[in-house]
Design a protein around this ligand. Structure first.
Ligand code: SIN
Length: 300
C-alpha cells in the first residue's frame, strides 16, 4: 500500500503534517511519540525578530473548535535556523516546513533568505488574522499577495515556496491564481476564519484582541470546499488544512484536491491525533480499495 506523496519533489512518507502553530517546533512533542512517523512538520510561524504575541486571554473555546489570538509569538528567525531546525533534524528525518510571517515585504524576504537553506519547504503565512499591518493584510488582496509571493520566491531560491491562504476573502480562487501566477510552487489552505466570542457576564470579548482565528472540527466543510475550488482552478500542489481530525478527513481532503493534509487544532485537543491518523490510514485505504493515495488526489 503506497502512502508516500511528493510536494514539488519533496518526498513525504505519508500526507500527514501537523499544522503550524499547533505543534511548536516539533521538539516539544518528541517525548510524546516518534516524530519520524509524520510525513512532514510545519513549524510555528517565524518573524524577523522574536515576538511575545498578543495580550492574554488569547484562546476561547467554541463548540467543536476554538478561537486563537496568539499574535505570532515566536523566538525569531535566527533562533529558528540556528537552534530549532538543527535540533529537530537530529531526531527527525521527514520534511521540515518553515512557516514565515512578516509585517512588510522586506521582512518576509529577509526571513525567507535565512530559512530557505535550512528547510525543505517554506510556507509563507500571508493569512494570520491576529496582527495588524501584516499577516492577513497581505493575503486578502490579490495584488499584495502576488507582490509578496514574487519577492519571497526570489528569496527562497530552489527551496519550494508554499503560500498559506486566508479564508477571510470573498473569492479565494482569485487570490490562489494571483499567487500561482506570481511564482508560488504550492498552496496551503486554509488558515483560520476570523471569529469572536463574548463573555456575557463581563460584557467583553473573550479574547483580549476582540477577534481571533476560528479553527477546529467545525471548519472542516469550509476548508474542504475551498480546497476543492482552488484545486479545480489552479495546477499547484495543495496542502489541505482546516478541521482535520481523522483518517477519513485526510481521504476527503485528498479527494478534494490536496496532496498533503495538515492537522491543526485537533493536536491541541488530542496530542496523539497525527500518530493515530497515520496508523489508521492503511486499514481505511484497504476498506476503500485504495492501493496508492496518489490515485485519489483531486478525483472529486
Ligand atoms: C497566531 O500566531 O496568531 C496564529 C498564526 C496564524 O493564524 O497564522
Amino acid at each position: 500500500m503506497v502512502t508516500e506523496v511528493k510536494l514539488c519533489g519533496v518526498a513525504l512518507k505519508n500526507p500527514v503534517v501537523p499544522a503550524s502553530g499547533t505543534f511548536g517546533f516539533g521538539l516539544e512533542m518528541a517525548g510524546v511519540y516518534d516524530l519520524n512517523l509524520l510525513g512532514g512538520i510545519s513549524l510555528k510561524g517565524s518573524t524577523r525578530e522574536a515576538r511575545f504575541g498578543n495580550e492574554c486571554p488569547r484562546i476561547a473555546e467554541t463548540p467543536d473548535g476554538m478561537i486563537n489570538s496568539v499574535g505570532l509569538q515566536n523566538p525569531g528567525v535566527d533562533a529558528l535556523v540556528n537552534d530549532k531546525i538543527p535540533a529537530l533534524r537530529k531526531i527527525y528525518s521527514g520534511a521540515v516546513i518553515a512557516n514565515i510571517s512578516g509585517f512588510s515585504i522586506e521582512e518576509y524576504v529577509a526571513c525567507c533568505e535565512k530559512a530557505a537553506p535550512h528547510c525543505d519547504i517554506v510556507e509563507l503565512n500571508v493569512s494570520c488574522p491576529n496582527v495588524h499591518g501584516g499577516g492577513m493584510a497581505f493575503g486578502t488582496d490579490a495584488s499584495s499577495a502576488a507582490r509578496v509571493t514574487r519577492a519571497a520566491k526570489q528569496a527562497c531560491g530552489s527551496t519550494p515556496l508554499f503560500v498559506k491562504l486566508s479564508p477571510n476573502v470573498t473569492d479565494i480562487v482569485s487570490i490562489a491564481k494571483a499567487v500561482e501566477d506570481a511564482g508560488a510552487d504550492g498552496l496551503t489552505l486554509i488558515n483560520t476564519i476570523l471569529g469572536m466570542r463574548i463573555d456575557i457576564r463581563r460584557r467583553t470579548p473573550v479574547v483580549a484582541a476582540r477577534y481571533g482565528g476560528f479553527s477546529g472540527r467545525a471548519v472542516f466543510p469550509v476548508a474542504l470546499r475551498m480546497v476543492n475550488q482552488v484545486a479545480k482552478a489552479c495546477s499547484l500542489p495543495l496542502m489541505g488544512c482546516g478541521g482535520v481530525s481523522s483518517a477519513r478527513d485526510v481521504i476527503e481532503m485528498m479527494m478534494a484536491g490536496a496532496t498533503a493534509v495538515q492537522v491543526g487544532a485537533e493536536n491541541l485537543r488530542n496530542p496523539l491525533v497525527c500518530k493515530q491518523i497515520v496508523e489508521e490510514l492503511p486499514a481505511l485505504m484497504q476498506s476503500l480499495g485504495i492501493k496508492d493515495l496518489n490515485e485519489i488526489i483531486g478525483i472529486v
